[in-house]
Design a protein around this ligand. Structure first.
Ligand code: ZN
Length: 435
């Protein structure tokens, strides 16, 4: 057996120095390896000094990779050394075998690196199943702990940095996420979105040439103070997002100008019927989106999913799910600024309706008339009432049938029907109004 042992050292601990195999015992299920360390000196972890004074020895049983499908049990005798330095807080210390053991480690380094590789490839649950197949079963939490204990990879100093906020708890706690725009990888997370924190982070990285941010004031201030040398630009996502929102609002504001052309058939009665009381008719984008969400949520709830589960599945907050679940019909979700609430204008609505029926479609003129009667508010409410409510009502003489009127002072020489209808020269012409 002894003649074979030198080969076993190379076979079992090929990349490890200072370990000799004393015996190997193979049973049906396991391979038992008895080994000991041979180094004459060991370095103290407290002071870094070398010591050769042996205090004692003991056995360690680090878990190792299985071999030939059998469990490997390593029985490693290591020694405890006396530290000779008087100023060192340690009196004795245990030796470690580089490449095989580490302090407090219960696995050999090669088993540890294998588990790390599995964890990085498959993460928790799938990785834990895979280690079971390899006969080195560990829990998913062990795999995650091993990954977390890895040192952070070295990150190159970013040249173009993207700054945005992220929610730790939506609506309550926000932090700042910093992304290297060139590699598209997150670089750091800051615990808040204060300008001081961002400025301090940027000041430590003078190589930043471009800061890419949204228009939040705290980011503007932080970027200006922390990286005054950097050019500040608006990022593409926010530009598109803001443009999309502005366009949607603008189109909605001017939806009254979108009249059906004569060639289009009128909407079938059965489609308009369920939303007759709704401020958003069928075919409206907001309304259709809300109706689709309402149908999905109620279908999931009817299938027996809990509200929390539905919230998770759809990526919505629980409060949103609760609001949808309380609404028996999607029309009940159409609340907010379009809901019919009591306003100061209510008392004047009969008069406005009557004037509209008489053919007065000039919102400014209507406002001036009710102002004389004591209406205390501004023009905007009257304009909204005219465009949202009265425009849908039939009137004795439609504005389109009027003969061309002479240009009012200050207005466009050829006013569009929209300009004529609201009667204000200061309003920009609606791009969607028919000419
Ligand atoms: Zn020491």
């Amino acid at each position: 057996m002894n003649e074979v042992l030198p080969h076993l050292d190379e076979l079992l601990f090929s990349s490890v120095e200072g370990v000799v195999v004393e015996s190997v015992e193979v049973t049906d299920t396991a391979v038992r390896i008895e080994a000991r360390t041979t180094a004459g000196l060991a370095v103290c972890p407290g002071c870094g000094c070398w010591s050769g004074r042996i205090h004692g020895s003991y056995l360690r049983f680090p878990h190792d990779l299985p071999t030939a499908g059998k469990l490997v049990v390593v029985s490693l005798r290591v020694r405890r050394f006396v530290c000779a330095e008087h100023c060192c807080p340690r009196k004795t210390f245990a030796e470690q075998v580089p490449g095989l053991t580490r302090r407090f480690g219960r696995r050999t380094e090669r088993l540890r690196s294998t588990l790390v590789a599995v964890g990085l490839a498959l993460a928790g649950r799938a990785g834990a199943r895979m280690t079971g197949a390899f006969k080195i079963p560990v829990s998913r939490n062990t795999l995650l702990r091993l990954i977390v204990s890895l040192p952070d990879p070295a990150v190159a100093a970013p040249r173009v940095i993207g700054v945005d906020e992220y929610a730790q708890r939506k609506g309550r706690v926000y932090g700042t996420v910093l992304v290297d725009v060139e590699t598209r990888r997150p670089v750091d997370l800051l615990p808040d979105r204060e300008p001081d924190t961002l400025a301090a982070w940027l000041a430590e990285r003078p190589g930043i040439e471009i800061t890419c941010r949204d228009r939040a004031t705290f980011f503007a201030e932080g970027a200006t103070r922390g990286a005054p040398q950097a050019l500040q630009v608006a990022d593409r996502w926010h530009l598109w997002h803001n443009l999309g929102e502005a366009a949607e609002k603008c189109v909605y504001r001017h939806r009254g100008c979108l009249r059906p052309t004569p060639a289009q058939p009128a909407q079938p009665q059965d489609e308009a019927e369920p939303t007759a009381s709704s401020p958003w008719p069928t075919g409206h984008r907001f309304a259709e989106r809300t109706r689709a969400k309402h149908a999905t949520i109620h279908a999931l709830l009817a299938a027996g999913h809990s509200k929390r589960s539905v919230a998770r599945q759809l990526g919505m907050t629980l409060n949103t799910i609760l609001r949808f679940s309380r609404a028996t019909t999607p029309e009940k979700m159409f609340t907010g600024q379009w809901q019919s609430r009591a306003t100061r204008l209510d008392d004047y609505k009969p008069y406005l309706d009557q004037r509209w029926q008489e053919g007065c479609t000039n919102a400014w003129k209507l406002w001036e008339e009710i102002k004389e009667q004591g209406y205390p508010r501004g023009y905007a409410s009257v304009r909204d009432y005219v465009s949202r409510t009265l425009r849908g009502k039939p009137q004795q003489s439609a504005p389109g049938h009027h003969p061309p009127a002479p240009s009012p002072a200050g207005a466009s020489p050829t006013p569009t029907p929209y300009l004529k209808a609201i009667g204000s020269g200061s309003k920009p012409p609606c791009p969607t109004a028919p000419n």
